[in-house]
Design a protein around this ligand. Structure first.
Ligand SMILES: Cc1cc2nc3c(=O)[nH]c(=O)nc-3n(C[C@H](O)[C@H](O)[C@H](O)COP(=O)(O)OP(=O)(O)OC[C@H]3O[C@@H](n4cnc5c(N)ncnc54)[C@H](O)[C@@H]3O)c2cc1C
Length: 474
């Protein structure tokens, strides 16, 4: 072996959430490993993703209460203004705190922590700079990156992504947000709530990845109360005397900066996946077994955002966990995956749980709905904007999934994810206590709507206790 060649049981590529989760499992079973990461360290989640975005949203929502204070009989709220540089400094201070916590996970690795960009040269050989690493098993967890159309790169720092947004010392007044999926909606609404003139653009007919047309249309209307939302908008960017002109469908608007949130691409280009001798699809992606994270029959595993499956933090952590176990086991260890749970932290919050109706045949599900416009607790809080659809099997009422755009959807979504995972039925949930007055009473209304189509329970079963039909009591 040459001086620059290293041999290990397991090589992990990427010190993000998936890589660190894999590392935790690998370390429990072998000391013979390396972690290779192309800096910066600290994970997408803590550095430029989940955590700074939620810190910005919290500031924006605090500011937004100003718009509603008058309705509560509190005067003077309109005089409040956001200090954008101070808000961004707070985001970075929190970000630094979260990143510092993450860095502790790799503090003690010493020479087993290699900074550099890794490339495969076959299933058991990685090259990092001038160094060759031979590994019996390779876990690839290189994450994803924001997509920026090539021709927009010429606009330099007037085109931002979530990789650069939180680094800004200040923000100009006029901002275009292109792409209103989960990330774009969160950013656009937050910037609008901080007082900036935001224009939002989405190429699809729906925002926030919402599938149900009624919920999507309602969400668009609620967002439009805060900033202009342009759907079905294929956007073109042009120079306009030092500013940027956004053009779409024969219309145009001039902005100072654009935040591009048109999606994220798995970091698999240049990774050497073609050297594995397995079929790759048109994106260059191999097939990955989601229960083992293994690529075909190779000794290479692909975890986290990089496999393009479910680009969510808890899924990346699960992927890494599964990959770490399988990279250190002689036999495949197959782990069942969790019920789908996705949340968008806009207002009202958007959440998806389990199966969606478009994945099912019409005869395979019953749908219960509630509109939070006249839901008691939501009205007391002046937050009565929301829709919730819940889906259940028509044969036995087993809960299948839900789509929600409603206040505190994150909590109802967790409750429903528990119910779907545990194969609970509509009657099982209706048997549970529901406190008054809560938003969960709205969920109960939707469950009761399904229960009306199911065979009745016994007269001595409280799941049968029905609605009183009064807003204050629902
Ligand atoms: C703005 C934003 C908000 C988000 N909000 C949420 C949220 O609220 N909830 C949620 O669940 N998810 C959210 N996500 C998604 C979540 O952050 C990701 O799913 C998760 O961080 C992915 O982790 P990962 O380990 O796959 O990748 P990463 O954390 O990106 O780690 C990949 C690492 O690999 C390194 N690397 C890349 N290529 C190589 C190579 N060839 N060699 C060596 N190292 C390499 C990278 O530099 C990086 O350090 C958000 C994402 C963004 C961008």
């Amino acid at each position: 072996m040459s001086r620059d060649e290293l041999s290990v049981d397991v090589a992990i590529v990427g010190a993000g959430t998936a890589g660190l989760s894999a590392l935790r499992e690998v370390r429990r079973r072998t000391e013979s490993f390396v972690l290779v990461n192309d800096p910066p360290y600290g994970t997408t989640c803590a550095r430029v993703g989940c955590m700074p975005s939620k810190a910005l949203i919290a500031a924006a929502n605090a500011m937004h209460t100003r718009a509603r204070l008058g309705e509560f009989g509190i005067r003077g709220g309109q005089a409040l203004e956001a200090d954008i540089p101070a808000a961004l400094r707070r985001v970075r201070a929190l970000r630094d705190h979260f990143v510092a916590g993450v860095l502790e996970a790799t503090d003690d690795l010493g020479e087993r922590n290699i900074a550099g960009r890794a490339r495969l040269e076959g299933p058991d050989r990685l090259v990092v700079g001038g160094r060759v690493i031979r590994a019996r098993q390779v876990i690839l967890a290189p994450g994803s990156s924001p997509i920026v159309p090539e021709e927009w790169r010429a606009f330099g720092d007037r085109v931002l992504t979530t990789d650069t947004l939180f680094e800004q010392e200040d923000l100009p007044r006029r901002i275009g947000v292109v792409g209103l999926g989960a990330i774009g909606v969160e950013v656009a609404q937050a910037l609008a709530r901080l007082g900036l003139d935001v224009q939002g653009f989405e190429g699809a007919p729906h925002v926030a990845g919402i599938a149900d047309e009624g919920i999507a249309a309602a969400m668009r209307d609620w967002l439009c109360e805060e900033f202009p939302v342009h759907l079905d908008a294929q956007v073109d960017l042009r120079e306009a005397d030092g500013d940027l002109e956004i053009r779409w469908r024969g219309r145009s608007v001039v902005v100072d900066k654009v935040v591009v949130a048109v999606g994220r691409r798995p970091n698999i280009a240049g990774l050497g996946l073609e050297t594995l001798g397995v079929p790759l699809d048109e994106r260059g992606m191999p097939e990955v077994d989601a229960t083992t994270m293994r690529i075909g029959e190779t000794q290479v595993l692909l975890a986290g955002d990089a496999n393009g499956r479910r680009p969510l933090l808890h899924e990346a952590a699960d992927d890494g966990h599964i990959a770490g176990i399988n990279a250190t086991s002689d036999e495949p260890v197959r782990l069942a995956r969790r019920t789908l749970l996705g949340i968008v932290f806009c207002d009202p919050e958007v959440a998806t749980v389990g199966q969606r109706p478009e994945e099912l045949e019409p005869h395979e599900f019953l749908r219960g709905e509630v509109d939070f416009a006249s839901q008691g607790r939501a009205r007391t809080m002046q937050e009565n904007r929301g829709r919730l659809h819940v889906y259940a099997a028509p044969t036995d009422g087993r809960l299948l999934g839900a789509e929600i755009a409603a206040p505190a959807a994150e909590h109802m979504a967790h409750l429903l994810a528990l119910a779907v995972s545990q194969r609970l039925t509509v009657h099982d949930l209706l048997r549970m206590p529901t406190y008054h007055p809560t938003l969960e009473e709205g969920l109960r209304t939707a469950l009761r709507a399904i229960a009306r189509h199911l065979p009745p329970c016994s007269i001595s079963d409280l799941a049968e206790c029905g609605s009183l039909g009064a807003e204050a009591l629902e």
